[in-house]
Write a protein that binds this ligand. Sequence first.
Ligand code: PGA
Length: 270
Amino acid sequence: MRRRPLVVANWKMNHTASEARDFAARLRPLLAGMRRAGESTDAQVEIAIAPAFPALESLARALAGAGIALAAQDVHEAVSGAYTGEVSASMLEDLDCRYVLIGHSERRQHGGESDARIAAKLARVADTSLCPILCVGESAAEREAGQLGDVLARQLEAPLSQLSARPARHPAGALVLAYEPIWAIGTGRVATPEIAQAAHAEIRRRLVAGLGAAGESIRILYGGSLKPANAPGLLALPDVDGALVGGASLDPGDFASIVSACRETRLERS
Ligand code: PGA
């Protein structure tokens, strides 16, 4: 199954609206230099950027026509209402966001987000044009205790039963998975290709068990200390369909190098 890879920048709580504009101005020529003449978007790799909420609109403007999708870092599960400080799915749709991160481990850890809350967010997003990027992954203690399979089963159960109950949307546009081992996020301790491939294959197995053949078309991104130097080895793995990049996405040159590594692995395969 050929899946178009997706590389997503997760800026977390970095880059103001003006810094986002500068970033876009520096990234555009780097990406344009990679494309064949006449191509307005990258046929090989889909690219998205998830800035903090205040930078969404200025980034959208600065990226107009660049073939880069806009993503949000979180969303609230209610349609609207008295939820001070929160952002709704329709607000994101109105800004032409295509993707939204759901269940990032930093929100699970610092925001106390439970699997039930994450399932409620996914259910809300399923009624919109947004595509959720659901983040899953185990802690160091869970890995050492050999609990990877149990953790993935728990994190995927509700999302997969929701998706199988709503088969109307094409699965590739209805869900993206991001495998982000917590011990690798922001630590410089990247997963080895063996660890990443085994986890991605396990996620793929569960997607196919839950959704049948449709599970083959859902993309699974790797995230956690991905850098230009380690990207080629990880992005070449058969079940790795792109990346969710934190720290290295803050610099346009590093982010473009990771996109380029992804592009090269696809060109080699085709
Ligand atoms: P990192 O973050 O690349 O800085 O490890 C990845 C993420 O949290 O999405």
